[in-house]
Design a protein around this ligand. Structure first.
Ligand code: ADP
Ligand code: MG
Length: 243
């Protein structure tokens, strides 16, 4: 379980997170929604240790990771987590297999045979067979996203964080990616935290949704209960109303 308590993060005078409380339950999919520029990516980066919060706690399986130095974080928390970046973030100068291998080499105990096996398996799981030797810039947008997801699941994380996995994809490809996220959650038991603007997708695959607004989570609810909420800001947002 990931449990975030009263998390604050500012950049200089600019307050981005202003007391975020959020719980991500085991084996579930939770999707965070909210306007562009509200701090959703900043929140993910705090969870995965790319940014350090000013105050508050982030408990991962009961351990508060906020005070950890890099070494402690890398030892105790990092192996449990993977992030699928919004821009997919594969190196164009390396093949898909080499990209995944680079991520796997961080886990120093994995030998070459095990890494090879994981590369093959993870690409198969996302429906990308036989593209090990292809370069990222030869892939379509949807394939690139799947390759990025393959790299993340090759790490065998307990928690998988996705930053806007369907943004920029057409509705058909969005559907493919949403189904894949659900499949990974169900079949591999990976707890997933997603940032998304794709409300239909959120409703279809998430267990819970939460809205970030002005630095706080203003609503958390079951994804199927989205349309019954009383919060006006939340209601307007999911219906695409301009406020
Ligand atoms: N490293 C940083 N330094 C300064 N400002 C940042 C940094 N990262 C994000 N911000 C600012 O924080 C705000 C929230 O950004 P972000 O989390 O990327 O929004 P979004 O909800 O669209 O993901 C933005 O105004 C952004 O400019
Ligand atoms: Mg973002």
């Amino acid at each position: 379980m990931i449990k975030i308590n009263n998390l604050h993060k500012s950049f200089g005078e600019f307050k981005v997170l202003n007391g975020v409380d959020l719980t991500v339950e085991e084996n579930k999919i939770l999707t965070i929604i909210g306007k562009s520029g509200t701090g959703k990516s900043v929140l993910l980066k705090n969870i995965i240790g790319l940014l350090e919060p000013d105050s508050g706690t982030i408990e991962i399986d009961g351990i508060d990771a906020t005070g950890f130095n890099e070494e402690e974080f890398n030892k105790l928390i990092r192996p449990k987590m993977a992030l699928v970046f919004q821009e997919s973030a594969l190196w164009d100068s390396m093949t898909v297999a080499a990209n995944i291998d680079l991520a796997l080499q961080i886990q120093k105990h994995l030998g070459e045979a095990e890494r090879k096996k994981r590369i093959k398996e993870s690409l198969e799981s996302v429906g990308l067979k036989d593209i090990e030797n292809v370069y990222p810039d030869e892939l379509s947008g949807g394939m690139l996203k799947r390759a990025a997801i393959a790299r993340a699941i090759a790490m065998r994380p307990k928690y998988l964080l996705y930053d806007e996995p369907t943004t920029g994809l057409d509705p058909v490809l969005s559907n493919v990616i949403n189904n894949l996220i659900k499949k990974i959650n169900v079949e591999m038991g990976i707890t997933s935290l997603i940032i998304s603007h794709d409300i239909q997708g959120v409703e279809k695959i998430s267990d819970y949704t939460a809205m970030l607004f002005e630095g706080k989570i203003i609503v958390t609810c079951g994804a199927k209960k989205m349309w019954e909420q009383k919060n006006q800001i939340f209601n307007d947002f999911i219906r695409g109303k301009i406020t």
